[in-house]
Design a protein around this ligand. Structure first.
Ligand code: GLU
Length: 482
């Protein structure tokens, strides 16, 4: 197959797409972009019982958030039922598939027997050899059949997987799987290959869990006289404890990463390394670099390990690399959502921009920004008065506050430099080390012992705000002495 590269992401709309789904989408997208091919979005919505409202929108918003634009689609399998029915019927007509009238009770009993006898599960081919007359009798009774594929009873089916090499399956392990259900909907196997054929998919890149379905697909392609696409089954993603990735490892639906304030560029970089690598060492890459270098040859066979600590580290790197304005703009919705309800809305974007450079270094996630900046926005700080003296005596803390208030009272400018020039020497005058001296001021100004640089913080807060805070602090230590 030497035509253009055409790949697809084919999620089932059964909930929020999780990290594994999105990694599959991303590798397909990368492969398309690297090869100047076409990336198709196809919604495999044939399982009506498992369909979840809003899932398709979530899939699309997740892709858009990460910059994965699609060239065709979304196609919906539920709108293409005629096609699947047509090919299921063709296979029946050619004797390659058959009607099965087995009622659910019979199938249940068969499964229980198989379990009891420790036999592999699978249809026992009860209807495989029904003659036309028997089919007619059943149909006249009004029983609606399913259509099953006549899997070969012997021989082997080999798949040339682009990642795993040749994988061979014994046909005797494949049962006569359903192609068309009695409600007229196709199963995954039928719809998937009919679509891959007519959408001219050149490469199927999908999760390893689908590998066991692939011999069925290859047999179906053959039965229909079609050329199968190339297959590449992507490695599993495990948690750091090497068990299957789950919520326990911090891996959640993709929209939760968005809500927690991961940057899409960090997410993309991280996803790329879940099963692919440029070399043995490069960690930080732009999407352009990833596209340029992406190849199936460098997708690993062994499972990838998901490590949330690494993602957090990477996100911090990307946050620090943002321009201040950009950081502020991206933080704004988080601040809007995350500050206490008492704070006036809408949040003043210009004010946040002044604060942003003071906290940018310290945020690993955008969702941390509100708690880093909240004291800039509240008129009344909530903290215990015992926090103020820190290592000092209460008396000394009172002196720190009084002296600072005096010094600031007459000060002309309110720039960090001016503030520092007039305040820093006070420590020595009081015979105090700067550390404990500044702690008192820091708590008074920010309500906490760790904060962005004090004088820059004071500059942003402004004269009135700072003086009011220092007075409140003094009042906490010496009530009624103003
Ligand atoms: N609908 C399947 C899924 O949910 C598609 C698997 C495939 O790519 O063939 O992942």
């Amino acid at each position: 197959m030497n035509g253009p590269v055409r790949v697809r992401f084919a999620p089932s709309p059964t909930g929020h797409p999780h990290l594994g789904n999105i990694r599959t989408a991303f590798f397909n997208w990368l492969f398309a972009r690297h090869n100047k091919g076409i990336f198709i979005l196809r919604i495999e919505d044939t399982d009506q019982a498992r369909k979840v409202d809003g899932a398709t929108e979530n899939i699309m918003s997740g892709l858009k958030w990460l910059g994965m634009d699609w060239d065709e689609g979304p196609y919906f399998q539920s709108q293409r039922l005629d096609m699947y029915q047509k090919y299921a019927q063709q296979l029946v007509d050619e004797g390659k598939a058959y009607y099965c009238f087995c009622p659910p009770e019979r199938l249940d009993k068969m499964r229980q027997d198989q379990m009891a006898r420790k036999l592999p599960p699978g249809y026992d081919r009860h209807c495989r050899e029904l003659v036309e007359a028997q089919v007619d009798v059943e149909k006249r009774k009004g029983t609606v059949p399913v259509i099953r594929f006549k899997s070969p009873l012997e021989g082997k089916t080999a798949i040339a997987d682009l990642i795993r090499g040749e994988v061979v399956f014994d046909n005797s392990t494949l049962d006569d799987f359903v192609l068309l259900k009695s409600d007229g909907y196709p199963t995954y196997h039928l719809a998937n290959i009919v679509d891959d054929h007519f959408m001219e998919i050149s490469h199927v890149l999908r999760a390893e869990e689908w590998l066991s379905s692939t011999p069925r697909h290859v047999l179906l392609y053959r039965a229909l006289g079609w050329q199968p696409p190339h297959f590449a089954h992507l490695p599993m993603i495990l948690g750091p404890d090497k068990s299957k990735l789950s919520k326990r490892h911090g891996a959640t639906a993709i929209n939760e990463y968005m809500d927690r304030g991961y940057l899409p560029e960090a997410m993309i970089n991280f996803l790329a390394l879940l099963g692919w690598s440029l070399d043995d060492k490069t960690e930080i890459m732009t999407v352009g670099e990833i596209i340029k270098n992406f190849s199936i040859e460098r997708v690993s066979k062994t499972a990838a390990v998901f490590n949330i600590a690494k993602l957090d580290w990477m996100n911090g790197m990307y946050i620090r690399a943002l321009g201040t304005q950009d950081f502020s703009d991206r933080s704004l919705p988080f601040v809007e959502r995350g500050l206490p309800t008492g704070v006036k809305r809408p949040i003043d974007a210009g004010y946040l921009e002044k604060i942003a450079p003071l906290v940018q270094e310290r945020a690993k996630l955008l969702s941390e920004v509100p708690s880093l900046v909240d004291f800039f926005f509240s008129d009344v700080l909530e903290y215990e008065s015992s926090l103020l003296p820190g290592k000092l005596e209460k008396r000394q803390a009172i002196d720190v506050l009084k002296k600072t208030l005096q010094a600031l009272d007459g000060i002309e400018g309110w720039r960090a430099g001016d503030l520092e020039t007039s305040v820093r020497p006070l420590a020595e005058g009081l015979g105090l080390k700067t550390g404990p001296f500044f702690t008192v001021l820091r708590v008074a100004i920010t309500g906490r012992t760790a904060s962005p640089p004090l004088f820059e913080t004071m500059e942003v807060l402004g004269r009135d705000g700072c003086l009011a805070r220092l007075k409140v602090a003094l009042d906490k230590l010496e009530p009624g002495q103003k």
